[in-house]
Structures are given as structure tokens and as C-alpha cells.
Design a protein around this ligand. Sequence first.
Ligand code: HEC
Length: 305
Amino acid sequence: MGTFLFQLFSREHPAFVHVPLGLVVCLPIMLVATYRSRYPQTWRRMAFRVALLALAASVLTMASGLYWARMLNLVPPGAILPQVASEGQALQRTLRSHEISAAVGFVIGIISLLILRKSYHEPEKWTWTTASFAAVLLWAGVWGFGSKLGGIMVFGDAETNKAAAAAINAKKNDAEAELPIRALDYASLEPAQTAPFKSHAHGDRLARTWVTASGIDDFTAGKPLPVGSYAVLSTALDAKGTPGPLYMREVKADGSQAFAFYWPRVPEASRAETGGEDYVYWRSPHKSLATCLACHTTTGPANRP
Ligand code: HEC
């Protein structure tokens, strides 16, 4: 029950931050009132209490933010800051700055509290009041910056939203992002042999080659595949016809080669080839396909091993 309530509370972190933030924003106004009022001590005492309340509320807010970030797997369990593996991880980078500004603001808050106390105990020295005014302004500024970053993480800004939309669009236009659709439809292509052959180059499996109509003549003549055409090698693991991996090689519009390797059901005994995976779909530029280039150096026939 306790954890459940805390989870609920943590998810509302973007709402709760407004409590300490709202309190800190009051402080400069209260200190201006200190100068203008006939009862400056009352304002100083009130400012001290509001600052104390803001600090206390911020402890809860920071705890909820950290807990939330861990729930979302943005911060590893037991850690405080996110791991930023590369500068491309915009969310992690923003979160790191967000957390640092929250912590820096907290320290400035403690200093502000001490100065406020001093200004109350030495009311004749107005420099303390001025110093406290400057401190709380800085405090509000640092937390304001931090919450701006928080807002970007929750709602996005023009830049992150544009990047996210572009990524979704790219995926939508990339019909083969999840499955090698053209390779799977190899039976619609021109068969290059009438019977399977044992392909020593591809794991000694039984194989057949299928080539697009646009490339079959060049392929059988031993010439390079033309731009836009592709070849698929369908394989079987045994004479019973147990399906093996599908290999694909295509020549893209710019004349470069792209490879694909699709093995939806890797038998236990073959998993050493796939790094232990029981399902693989690799597409260029996946690093595991670098081995293809060892033999397929050109768009023409491959070098025999
Ligand atoms: C050891 C050399 C070698 C490696 C590595 C290799 N191939 Fe091949 N590949 C060949 C040869 C040789 C042929 C011709 C058929 C045969 O003998 O198996 C061929 C044929 C093919 C074909 C059908 C015909 C053609 O020319 O396109 C495809 C598709 C293909 N390979 C894809 C791949 C992919 C994808 C990889 C990487 C996962 C790969 N190959 C790795 C040597 C290799």
C-alpha cells in the first residue's frame, strides 16, 4: 500500500513541483515588502518560514522525481543520475541537467535560509536583507531553469517534438523495419537454379537463389546485378526442408550493396552463429553483416571461399 501510494505520488511529480516552486517565487516579493512595510521584521520572519517550507516540500518533490525516473528506467536502480552513453540521448541529457539544477537550487536554498535568519537577527544591517533578496532571486532562477527542463521532458519542445515526429515518419515509410517483406516473398522471383545446391559459403546449408526479373539475365550471365534489383538465397537446414535463414543482397539506387539476414527460428544448435539469439533480423548497416562483404566485395558474383 505504501509503495502504491508512493508510486502514485511519484507519477504526479510534474504537478507537485509547483508547490516548492510557487513558494520560492513568493520570496522576492516578500523581501520587497520588507523594505516598504512598517513591520519589516514580520516580513523577514514570514520569508524565513516560507523558505523553510519550500525546502521541505522540495525534498519530497526531488524524492518523487528520482523515484519516477527509476520507474521509467531513465535512472538505473540505486543510481541518482541517468547514464548518458552518447550525446544523442537527449532525454537523459536533459534529465541530468534537470537533476543538477534541482540540487544546486537546493543548496542555494539552504544558503538563502541562513542569510534570512541573519537578516532577522540583525535587522539594523539592511545589507543582510539585500543579500537575502539576491539569494532568493538566484534560487528562484535556478529552480525556474530546472523546471523549464522538466517541462521539456514532459511536454517536449519544438526541437524534440520535431525529431520524434520525424522518427515516427521514417519508421512508417520504412515498410521493412520489422520484417524483410521482399525477401520473404522470394517465391515470386525468378529461380536461378532448378534444384537446391549445397552452399559452402553459407554454412553448408541447402540453398536456392531467387533473383528479381530485372536482374536475372545479368545474374545468369555472371554480370553485376543492376541497380534496384536484388537476390535472395533461401536455405534449408536438412533434406527434410527445415527452413534455415534467408539471405538477401540488393543493389540500391546509389549503386551500393545492402544485405539482410533473417532467421525467425534459430535451432538451439545454431545459436552460436546468432550470438545466442533465437530470432534475428539484421539489415545493413548492422555490424553482423560486415562478414557478407568479405565475399560480396562487388555487386557482381561473390568470391568463392
Ligand atoms: C564465404 C564467402 C561468403 C560470405 C561470407 C557470404 N556469401 Fe553470400 N554468396 C557467396 C557465394 C560464393 C555465393 C554464390 C552461391 C554459393 O556458392 O553459395 C553467394 C550467394 C549469395 C546470394 C545469392 C546470389 C547472389 O549473388 O546474390 C545472396 C543473396 C547472398 N549470398 C547473401 C549473403 C549475405 C546476406 C551474407 C552475409 C550474412 C553472405 N551472403 C555472406 C559467398 C559468401
